[in-house]
Design a protein around this ligand. Structure first.
Ligand code: GLN
Length: 451
Protein backbone atom coordinates (compact mmCIF):
# COMPACT_ATOMS: atom_id res chain seq x y z
CA UNK A 1 0.00 0.00 0.00
CA UNK A 2 2.79 2.43 0.84
CA UNK A 3 4.67 1.64 -2.38
CA UNK A 4 1.44 2.36 -4.29
CA UNK A 5 1.02 5.62 -2.39
CA UNK A 6 4.60 6.60 -3.28
CA UNK A 7 3.89 5.85 -6.93
CA UNK A 8 0.73 7.96 -6.80
CA UNK A 9 2.05 11.09 -5.08
CA UNK A 10 5.83 11.27 -4.96
CA UNK A 11 6.18 12.66 -8.47
CA UNK A 12 4.66 15.83 -6.98
CA UNK A 13 6.17 15.75 -3.46
CA UNK A 14 9.66 14.41 -4.29
CA UNK A 15 10.28 13.08 -0.80
CA UNK A 16 12.35 10.13 -2.05
CA UNK A 17 15.68 10.11 -3.87
CA UNK A 18 15.56 6.35 -4.22
CA UNK A 19 12.65 3.94 -3.76
CA UNK A 20 13.90 0.43 -3.03
CA UNK A 21 10.82 -1.40 -4.27
CA UNK A 22 12.44 -4.82 -4.63
CA UNK A 23 14.33 -4.57 -1.35
CA UNK A 24 11.21 -3.49 0.55
CA UNK A 25 9.12 -6.32 -0.89
CA UNK A 26 11.88 -8.83 -0.09
CA UNK A 27 12.03 -7.58 3.52
CA UNK A 28 8.24 -7.82 3.77
CA UNK A 29 8.26 -11.39 2.46
CA UNK A 30 11.01 -12.29 4.94
CA UNK A 31 8.87 -10.94 7.80
CA UNK A 32 5.89 -12.96 6.53
CA UNK A 33 8.02 -16.10 6.38
CA UNK A 34 9.28 -15.55 9.93
CA UNK A 35 5.71 -15.08 11.12
CA UNK A 36 4.53 -18.23 9.32
CA UNK A 37 7.39 -20.22 10.86
CA UNK A 38 6.42 -19.00 14.32
CA UNK A 39 9.78 -17.24 14.77
CA UNK A 40 10.13 -14.30 17.12
CA UNK A 41 9.46 -11.02 15.29
CA UNK A 42 11.12 -7.63 15.88
CA UNK A 43 9.21 -4.91 17.73
CA UNK A 44 8.28 -3.00 14.54
CA UNK A 45 7.73 -6.04 12.31
CA UNK A 46 6.34 -5.09 8.91
CA UNK A 47 6.11 -1.34 9.54
CA UNK A 48 7.40 0.66 6.55
CA UNK A 49 9.91 3.46 7.05
CA UNK A 50 11.55 6.21 4.98
CA UNK A 51 15.29 6.55 5.66
CA UNK A 52 17.19 9.82 5.27
CA UNK A 53 19.81 9.39 2.56
CA UNK A 54 22.63 10.12 5.00
CA UNK A 55 22.70 6.61 6.52
CA UNK A 56 24.65 3.92 4.68
CA UNK A 57 22.61 1.02 3.36
CA UNK A 58 24.44 -2.02 2.07
CA UNK A 59 23.84 -2.42 -1.68
CA UNK A 60 21.48 0.59 -1.85
CA UNK A 61 22.70 4.01 -3.13
CA UNK A 62 23.54 6.67 -0.54
CA UNK A 63 24.07 10.18 -1.91
CA UNK A 64 23.63 12.53 1.10
CA UNK A 65 21.86 14.77 -1.41
CA UNK A 66 25.20 15.44 -3.15
CA UNK A 67 26.51 14.93 -6.67
CA UNK A 68 29.85 13.97 -5.19
CA UNK A 69 28.41 10.65 -3.99
CA UNK A 70 26.27 10.00 -7.06
CA UNK A 71 26.49 6.34 -7.99
CA UNK A 72 28.18 5.30 -4.71
CA UNK A 73 26.83 2.06 -3.28
CA UNK A 74 27.95 1.52 0.31
CA UNK A 75 29.39 -1.91 1.14
CA UNK A 76 27.99 -1.81 4.69
CA UNK A 77 24.99 -0.85 6.81
CA UNK A 78 25.07 1.96 9.37
CA UNK A 79 24.41 0.75 12.92
CA UNK A 80 21.02 2.47 12.71
CA UNK A 81 20.20 0.66 9.46
CA UNK A 82 21.18 -2.64 11.11
CA UNK A 83 18.95 -1.89 14.09
CA UNK A 84 16.00 -1.10 11.82
CA UNK A 85 16.47 -4.40 10.03
CA UNK A 86 16.75 -6.23 13.35
CA UNK A 87 13.44 -4.64 14.40
CA UNK A 88 11.95 -6.08 11.15
CA UNK A 89 11.18 -2.61 9.80
CA UNK A 90 10.58 -2.42 6.03
CA UNK A 91 12.88 0.25 4.53
CA UNK A 92 10.96 1.78 1.60
CA UNK A 93 13.80 3.92 0.33
CA UNK A 94 16.05 6.91 0.90
CA UNK A 95 14.72 10.42 1.38
CA UNK A 96 15.73 13.78 -0.04
CA UNK A 97 17.79 16.21 2.01
CA UNK A 98 19.90 19.34 1.78
CA UNK A 99 23.35 18.39 0.53
CA UNK A 100 25.36 16.95 3.46
CA UNK A 101 22.49 18.08 5.74
CA UNK A 102 23.44 21.74 5.29
CA UNK A 103 20.26 23.74 4.98
CA UNK A 104 16.79 24.44 6.34
CA UNK A 105 14.60 23.92 3.27
CA UNK A 106 15.83 20.88 1.28
CA UNK A 107 16.48 23.32 -1.59
CA UNK A 108 20.22 22.62 -1.27
CA UNK A 109 19.71 19.05 -2.50
CA UNK A 110 21.63 18.42 -5.71
CA UNK A 111 18.58 16.48 -6.90
CA UNK A 112 15.93 19.21 -6.69
CA UNK A 113 13.70 20.41 -3.84
CA UNK A 114 10.95 18.58 -1.94
CA UNK A 115 7.48 20.13 -1.72
CA UNK A 116 5.63 20.62 1.56
CA UNK A 117 2.54 18.36 1.36
CA UNK A 118 0.46 21.15 2.97
CA UNK A 119 1.26 23.46 0.05
CA UNK A 120 3.59 22.15 -2.64
CA UNK A 121 4.87 25.66 -3.45
CA UNK A 122 6.37 25.85 0.04
CA UNK A 123 9.43 24.18 1.58
CA UNK A 124 9.05 21.22 3.98
CA UNK A 125 11.98 22.50 6.05
CA UNK A 126 15.40 20.95 6.10
CA UNK A 127 17.72 19.36 5.99
CA UNK A 128 15.45 16.35 6.48
CA UNK A 129 12.56 17.68 4.39
CA UNK A 130 12.18 14.41 2.50
CA UNK A 131 11.64 12.36 5.64
CA UNK A 132 9.06 14.73 7.13
CA UNK A 133 7.27 15.21 3.78
CA UNK A 134 7.01 11.43 3.39
CA UNK A 135 5.13 11.30 6.72
CA UNK A 136 2.87 14.28 6.00
CA UNK A 137 1.92 12.83 2.59
CA UNK A 138 1.23 9.37 4.05
CA UNK A 139 3.96 7.71 2.01
CA UNK A 140 5.44 6.23 5.20
CA UNK A 141 4.26 6.02 8.83
CA UNK A 142 7.81 6.25 10.22
CA UNK A 143 10.96 8.03 9.08
CA UNK A 144 14.50 8.73 10.21
CA UNK A 145 16.19 12.12 10.30
CA UNK A 146 19.41 13.67 11.60
CA UNK A 147 19.65 16.86 13.60
CA UNK A 148 22.83 18.97 13.71
CA UNK A 149 21.12 22.31 14.29
CA UNK A 150 17.43 21.46 13.86
CA UNK A 151 17.13 19.20 10.82
CA UNK A 152 14.71 16.78 12.51
CA UNK A 153 12.66 19.29 14.51
CA UNK A 154 12.35 22.15 12.02
CA UNK A 155 10.98 19.95 9.17
CA UNK A 156 8.65 18.27 11.70
CA UNK A 157 7.30 21.70 12.68
CA UNK A 158 6.82 22.83 9.09
CA UNK A 159 5.01 19.64 8.05
CA UNK A 160 2.82 19.10 11.12
CA UNK A 161 4.62 15.93 12.21
CA UNK A 162 6.63 14.75 15.24
CA UNK A 163 10.43 14.73 15.31
CA UNK A 164 12.88 14.01 18.11
CA UNK A 165 16.55 14.86 18.49
CA UNK A 166 17.71 12.37 21.10
CA UNK A 167 20.45 13.23 23.61
CA UNK A 168 23.80 13.48 21.83
CA UNK A 169 25.31 10.00 21.94
CA UNK A 170 21.93 8.33 22.35
CA UNK A 171 21.75 6.96 18.80
CA UNK A 172 24.87 5.67 17.03
CA UNK A 173 26.52 7.83 14.37
CA UNK A 174 28.38 4.87 12.84
CA UNK A 175 27.57 4.86 9.12
CA UNK A 176 25.84 8.24 9.30
CA UNK A 177 27.77 10.51 6.92
CA UNK A 178 29.42 13.15 9.10
CA UNK A 179 28.66 16.88 8.80
CA UNK A 180 29.58 18.27 12.24
CA UNK A 181 30.50 15.33 14.44
CA UNK A 182 30.09 17.01 17.83
CA UNK A 183 26.53 18.13 16.91
CA UNK A 184 25.14 15.44 14.56
CA UNK A 185 22.46 13.19 16.03
CA UNK A 186 20.11 10.73 14.30
CA UNK A 187 16.56 10.34 15.57
CA UNK A 188 12.96 9.30 14.96
CA UNK A 189 10.25 11.04 12.92
CA UNK A 190 6.59 9.97 13.00
CA UNK A 191 3.02 11.25 12.96
CA UNK A 192 2.35 10.59 16.66
CA UNK A 193 4.36 10.82 19.87
CA UNK A 194 3.92 7.10 20.63
CA UNK A 195 5.07 6.08 17.13
CA UNK A 196 8.17 8.23 17.59
CA UNK A 197 8.84 6.56 20.95
CA UNK A 198 8.55 3.06 19.50
CA UNK A 199 11.03 3.98 16.78
CA UNK A 200 13.31 5.77 19.27
CA UNK A 201 13.57 2.62 21.37
CA UNK A 202 14.40 0.52 18.31
CA UNK A 203 17.33 2.69 17.15
CA UNK A 204 18.86 3.91 20.44
CA UNK A 205 21.53 2.32 22.60
CA UNK A 206 25.27 1.99 23.05
CA UNK A 207 27.44 1.20 20.04
CA UNK A 208 31.14 0.40 20.48
CA UNK A 209 31.69 1.53 16.86
CA UNK A 210 30.85 5.14 17.81
CA UNK A 211 33.31 6.63 20.31
CA UNK A 212 30.77 9.25 21.50
CA UNK A 213 27.96 6.76 21.99
CA UNK A 214 26.66 6.77 25.59
CA UNK A 215 27.05 3.50 27.47
CA UNK A 216 23.89 3.68 29.59
CA UNK A 217 20.37 2.24 29.42
CA UNK A 218 18.02 3.86 26.87
CA UNK A 219 15.62 6.23 28.69
CA UNK A 220 12.12 4.66 29.07
CA UNK A 221 10.59 6.58 26.16
CA UNK A 222 7.77 4.16 25.25
CA UNK A 223 6.55 3.90 28.83
CA UNK A 224 6.56 7.72 29.03
CA UNK A 225 4.65 8.06 25.74
CA UNK A 226 1.99 5.68 27.05
CA UNK A 227 1.62 7.68 30.28
CA UNK A 228 1.47 11.29 29.17
CA UNK A 229 1.16 13.77 32.04
CA UNK A 230 2.46 17.14 33.15
CA UNK A 231 0.75 17.32 36.53
CA UNK A 232 3.19 18.78 39.07
CA UNK A 233 5.91 19.37 36.47
CA UNK A 234 7.82 22.62 36.24
CA UNK A 235 7.92 23.88 32.67
CA UNK A 236 10.31 26.67 31.64
CA UNK A 237 9.59 29.42 29.11
CA UNK A 238 12.76 31.15 27.93
CA UNK A 239 12.62 34.93 27.45
CA UNK A 240 15.06 34.75 24.52
CA UNK A 241 12.77 32.51 22.42
CA UNK A 242 10.39 35.26 21.31
CA UNK A 243 10.39 38.80 19.95
CA UNK A 244 11.46 40.20 16.61
CA UNK A 245 11.21 37.83 13.65
CA UNK A 246 8.55 35.59 15.22
CA UNK A 247 5.32 35.25 13.22
CA UNK A 248 2.20 36.35 15.14
CA UNK A 249 0.32 33.07 14.55
CA UNK A 250 3.30 31.04 15.76
CA UNK A 251 3.48 33.04 19.00
CA UNK A 252 -0.31 32.73 19.43
CA UNK A 253 -0.29 28.92 19.13
CA UNK A 254 2.72 28.73 21.43
CA UNK A 255 1.02 30.87 24.09
CA UNK A 256 -2.07 28.64 23.84
CA UNK A 257 0.15 25.58 24.39
CA UNK A 258 1.55 27.17 27.54
CA UNK A 259 -2.02 27.78 28.75
CA UNK A 260 -2.85 24.15 27.98
CA UNK A 261 0.15 22.98 30.01
CA UNK A 262 -1.00 25.14 32.93
CA UNK A 263 -4.51 23.72 32.63
CA UNK A 264 -3.07 20.20 32.79
CA UNK A 265 -1.36 20.99 36.08
CA UNK A 266 2.10 22.21 35.09
CA UNK A 267 3.78 25.10 36.85
CA UNK A 268 5.17 27.66 34.38
CA UNK A 269 8.53 29.25 35.20
CA UNK A 270 10.00 32.24 33.30
CA UNK A 271 13.68 31.74 32.45
CA UNK A 272 16.46 34.04 31.33
CA UNK A 273 19.15 32.38 29.18
CA UNK A 274 21.16 35.34 27.81
CA UNK A 275 23.74 33.25 25.94
CA UNK A 276 21.04 31.71 23.72
CA UNK A 277 21.12 34.91 21.64
CA UNK A 278 24.67 33.95 20.59
CA UNK A 279 23.77 30.38 19.62
CA UNK A 280 23.36 30.98 15.91
CA UNK A 281 26.69 32.82 15.62
CA UNK A 282 28.57 30.11 17.54
CA UNK A 283 26.90 27.36 15.52
CA UNK A 284 27.89 28.91 12.19
CA UNK A 285 31.55 28.79 13.26
CA UNK A 286 31.59 25.37 14.92
CA UNK A 287 29.51 23.48 12.32
CA UNK A 288 31.46 24.79 9.27
CA UNK A 289 34.78 24.18 11.08
CA UNK A 290 33.95 20.53 11.69
CA UNK A 291 32.48 20.23 8.20
CA UNK A 292 35.67 21.54 6.59
CA UNK A 293 37.57 18.74 8.30
CA UNK A 294 34.99 15.99 7.72
CA UNK A 295 34.45 16.71 4.04
CA UNK A 296 38.17 16.51 3.28
CA UNK A 297 37.62 12.78 2.74
CA UNK A 298 35.76 13.51 -0.51
CA UNK A 299 38.93 13.62 -2.54
CA UNK A 300 37.75 11.87 -5.74
CA UNK A 301 39.93 8.87 -4.91
CA UNK A 302 37.84 7.00 -2.37
CA UNK A 303 34.16 7.42 -3.22
CA UNK A 304 31.69 8.36 -5.93
CA UNK A 305 32.38 11.04 -8.51
CA UNK A 306 35.78 11.53 -10.23
CA UNK A 307 36.19 14.35 -12.75
CA UNK A 308 39.05 15.00 -15.19
CA UNK A 309 40.99 11.76 -14.61
CA UNK A 310 42.21 11.44 -18.22
CA UNK A 311 45.75 10.29 -17.52
CA UNK A 312 47.30 13.73 -18.01
CA UNK A 313 46.34 15.41 -14.72
CA UNK A 314 47.84 15.16 -11.24
CA UNK A 315 45.82 13.62 -8.40
CA UNK A 316 45.59 17.10 -6.84
CA UNK A 317 44.02 18.56 -9.99
CA UNK A 318 41.54 15.69 -10.22
CA UNK A 319 40.56 16.28 -6.58
CA UNK A 320 40.07 20.00 -7.23
CA UNK A 321 38.03 19.47 -10.40
CA UNK A 322 35.87 16.83 -8.70
CA UNK A 323 35.16 19.05 -5.70
CA UNK A 324 34.34 21.98 -7.94
CA UNK A 325 31.81 19.90 -9.90
CA UNK A 326 30.58 17.71 -7.05
CA UNK A 327 29.90 20.14 -4.19
CA UNK A 328 27.07 22.69 -4.26
CA UNK A 329 27.33 26.37 -3.28
CA UNK A 330 26.28 26.01 0.37
CA UNK A 331 28.75 23.17 0.97
CA UNK A 332 31.56 25.18 -0.61
CA UNK A 333 30.59 28.24 1.45
CA UNK A 334 30.86 26.22 4.66
CA UNK A 335 34.14 24.52 3.75
CA UNK A 336 35.65 27.96 3.07
CA UNK A 337 34.21 29.48 6.26
CA UNK A 338 35.38 26.57 8.37
CA UNK A 339 38.84 26.44 6.85
CA UNK A 340 39.20 30.17 7.50
CA UNK A 341 37.93 29.92 11.10
CA UNK A 342 40.39 27.13 11.86
CA UNK A 343 43.42 28.70 10.20
CA UNK A 344 46.36 29.76 12.33
CA UNK A 345 46.04 33.38 13.45
CA UNK A 346 42.21 33.22 13.32
CA UNK A 347 41.59 30.07 15.33
CA UNK A 348 41.39 31.75 18.74
CA UNK A 349 39.30 34.66 17.54
CA UNK A 350 36.68 32.56 15.74
CA UNK A 351 36.67 28.86 16.59
CA UNK A 352 38.00 29.44 20.13
CA UNK A 353 35.39 32.13 20.91
CA UNK A 354 32.61 29.98 19.51
CA UNK A 355 33.63 27.12 21.80
CA UNK A 356 33.49 29.47 24.80
CA UNK A 357 29.97 30.54 23.83
CA UNK A 358 29.09 26.87 23.55
CA UNK A 359 30.14 26.39 27.17
CA UNK A 360 28.05 29.41 28.25
CA UNK A 361 24.99 27.97 26.52
CA UNK A 362 25.52 24.61 28.21
CA UNK A 363 25.74 26.43 31.58
CA UNK A 364 22.54 28.38 30.87
CA UNK A 365 20.79 25.06 30.29
CA UNK A 366 22.28 23.58 33.47
CA UNK A 367 21.04 26.53 35.49
CA UNK A 368 17.63 26.35 33.84
CA UNK A 369 17.26 22.64 34.58
CA UNK A 370 17.93 23.30 38.27
CA UNK A 371 14.61 25.16 38.21
CA UNK A 372 12.49 23.24 35.68
CA UNK A 373 11.89 19.71 34.37
CA UNK A 374 11.50 20.72 30.71
CA UNK A 375 11.66 23.89 28.61
CA UNK A 376 9.12 24.73 25.90
CA UNK A 377 9.37 27.13 22.94
CA UNK A 378 8.14 27.49 19.39
CA UNK A 379 10.22 25.12 17.23
CA UNK A 380 10.66 27.72 14.48
CA UNK A 381 10.00 31.47 14.29
CA UNK A 382 7.77 31.11 11.21
CA UNK A 383 5.66 28.56 9.33
CA UNK A 384 6.77 27.03 6.00
CA UNK A 385 8.07 29.67 3.58
CA UNK A 386 7.75 29.62 -0.24
CA UNK A 387 10.30 27.64 -2.27
CA UNK A 388 12.88 30.15 -3.55
CA UNK A 389 12.12 32.87 -1.01
CA UNK A 390 15.27 32.41 1.09
CA UNK A 391 17.37 30.41 -1.38
CA UNK A 392 19.72 33.32 -2.16
CA UNK A 393 19.82 34.71 1.37
CA UNK A 394 21.84 32.44 3.68
CA UNK A 395 21.23 34.65 6.73
CA UNK A 396 17.43 34.48 6.34
CA UNK A 397 17.74 30.71 5.91
CA UNK A 398 19.94 30.35 9.02
CA UNK A 399 17.34 32.15 11.16
CA UNK A 400 14.96 29.19 10.76
CA UNK A 401 17.06 27.39 13.39
CA UNK A 402 17.08 30.11 16.03
CA UNK A 403 15.23 28.00 18.62
CA UNK A 404 16.66 24.58 17.80
CA UNK A 405 20.42 25.27 17.72
CA UNK A 406 21.10 25.82 21.48
CA UNK A 407 20.05 22.21 22.17
CA UNK A 408 22.59 20.80 19.72
CA UNK A 409 25.36 22.94 21.19
CA UNK A 410 24.56 21.65 24.69
CA UNK A 411 23.91 18.04 23.62
CA UNK A 412 20.56 17.61 25.36
CA UNK A 413 17.30 16.17 23.98
CA UNK A 414 14.38 17.91 22.23
CA UNK A 415 11.13 17.15 20.42
CA UNK A 416 8.91 19.07 18.03
CA UNK A 417 5.23 18.22 17.84
CA UNK A 418 2.29 19.93 16.13
CA UNK A 419 0.40 22.56 18.16
CA UNK A 420 -2.16 23.78 15.64
CA UNK A 421 -2.24 25.87 12.48
CA UNK A 422 -1.24 29.53 12.23
CA UNK A 423 -4.43 31.54 11.69
CA UNK A 424 -2.88 33.82 9.06
CA UNK A 425 -1.76 31.09 6.63
CA UNK A 426 -3.35 27.83 7.81
CA UNK A 427 0.08 26.15 8.05
CA UNK A 428 1.34 23.90 10.88
CA UNK A 429 3.12 25.32 13.93
CA UNK A 430 5.55 23.25 16.01
CA UNK A 431 5.91 23.19 19.78
CA UNK A 432 9.42 22.40 20.96
CA UNK A 433 10.03 20.57 24.22
CA UNK A 434 13.61 20.42 25.57
CA UNK A 435 14.85 18.05 28.29
CA UNK A 436 18.21 17.53 30.02
CA UNK A 437 20.63 14.98 28.55
CA UNK A 438 19.50 11.36 29.00
CA UNK A 439 16.05 12.50 30.16
CA UNK A 440 14.56 11.92 26.70
CA UNK A 441 11.59 10.18 28.36
CA UNK A 442 10.38 13.58 29.67
CA UNK A 443 9.86 14.75 26.07
CA UNK A 444 7.48 11.88 25.49
CA UNK A 445 5.67 12.26 28.78
CA UNK A 446 4.96 15.94 28.09
CA UNK A 447 4.42 15.39 24.34
CA UNK A 448 1.84 12.67 24.92
CA UNK A 449 0.00 14.90 27.40
CA UNK A 450 -0.39 17.86 25.03
CA UNK A 451 -0.64 15.98 21.70
N1 GLN B 1 19.86 24.26 9.11
C1 GLN B 1 21.05 23.99 9.88
C2 GLN B 1 22.23 24.02 8.96
O1 GLN B 1 22.06 24.36 7.84
C3 GLN B 1 20.92 22.66 10.56
C4 GLN B 1 21.13 21.53 9.67
C5 GLN B 1 21.04 20.20 10.37
O2 GLN B 1 20.53 20.09 11.47
N2 GLN B 1 21.59 19.20 9.71
O3 GLN B 1 23.33 23.73 9.34
Amino acid sequence: AHLARIEAVDEKVHAFLHVDREGALAQARAVDAKRAAGEKLGPLAGVPLALKDIFTTEGVPTTVGSKILEGWIPPYDATLTKKLKAADVIILGKTNMDEFAMGSSTENSAYGPTGNPWDLTRVPGGSGGGSSASLASYQAPLAIGTDTGGSIRQPAALTGTVGVKPTYGGVSRYGMVAFSSSLDQGGPCARTVLDAALLHEAIAGHDPLDSTSIDAPVPPVVEAARNGSVAGMRVGVVKQFRGEGYQAGVVQRFDESVELLKGLGAEIVELDCPSFDLGLAAYYLIAPSECSSNLARFDAMRYGLRVGDDGTRSAEDVTALTREAGFGDEVKRRIMLGTYALSSGYYDAYYGSAQKVRTLITRDFEKAFEQVDVIVSPTTPTTAFPIGERADDPMAMYLADLCTIPTNLAGNAAMSLPCGLAPEDGLPVGLQIIAPAMKDDRLYKVGAAVE
